[in-house]
Write a protein that binds this ligand. Sequence first.
Ligand code: NAD
Length: 350
Amino acid sequence: MVTRPSRLNPPMECVRLHDAQTGLDGVIAIHSTTLGPGAGGCRFWTYPDIDAALADALRLAEGMSYKNALAGLPLGGAKAVLRRPEGPFDRAALFRAFGRAVEDLGGSYITAEDVGTTVEDMHEVASVSRHVAGLKPLEGLAGGDPSPWTAKGVFDSMRAAARFALDSDLDGLTVAVQGTGNVGADLCRRLADAGAHLVIADPSPARRDRLQHILGAKVVDVEEIAEVDADIFAPCALGGALTPHSVARLKAKLVCGGANNQLATPEVAGLLVERGITYAPDYVVNAGGIINVSAEYLGEDEAHVARRVAQIGPRVTAILERAAREGRSPAAVADEMAEQVIAGAQRVAA
Ligand code: NAD
């Protein structure tokens, strides 16, 4: 068990996961349970060592507390990060071992898909634990891959933010999409339908070439995507896309994408303001997936998910308007709003 100081109380709880037999190696970080059980997906990715996985889990779990609070969900924030084994491994056995660790937490952590995990993985978890969502939907109820709902929220946010920052609809604008995985590809399809021009980058040829052929997207190298001539930059890969280096080179006047933890450090939010670039806060924009996960876990229907996801665009507009009025970064405004939600619940509980 590891703890570290956190922006919220109490400090974060971390559980180390290690099972030599299946190759399970990672961490579950529970950042806050004030609003409800800690909820956040399970990332399955290559990390050089457990410290790198732990650092990612801590940042992601904190982000989930803020995301869930601002989305109005009865959930705290948590995340699981698993290191992908280097050699061959039994994927089903590894996810069952993970599921047993989730079950041992007795419901204080609810898991679902994230980068590198699938609906099938979550079904392995579900074979040993109740505390999982992102499963194949039951008739009439929410469920399944959360990515389409995430992409819908990102698209609505982008349309709202473009109206605010660029005084324009998406039709005719150029959007640079970094990462064309589950969220990025769905976002690209929605943008193409809305008449936007696409520039895309992804290290996976299969993922980017498909969109190049179907949607006529222009493909560039992953190193170039943040610097291309575009109206909007949409980070949809892993975190940390916005660094002092990348922000200094951005040509886009709006950043709005699905990736978690887009700001490499909190100071980058100020650099964006200085450059006159509008930033739609990542965890506000990409809340559609966890809204779907929450509804599934609570047994709610799809209409409920649609109603909550429809609130994301207006919420982004309200944050951008307040940030402009108060001369602050939208990231700072969103953080403050989320902290107020959590502090309010702490007062009620006290
Ligand atoms: P994914 O694994 O399906 O897609 C990620 C894509 O990014 C992959 O195609 C990968 O090849 C690509 N990529 C990796 N490094 C890259 C780089 N340097 N430049 C360009 N592309 C790169 O994952 P996803 O589910 O689409 O999630 C994408 C992001 O959105 C993640 O940050 C995730 O945490 C966040 N997110 C996802 C959801 C969801 O519902 N899936 C919800 C909220 C947030």
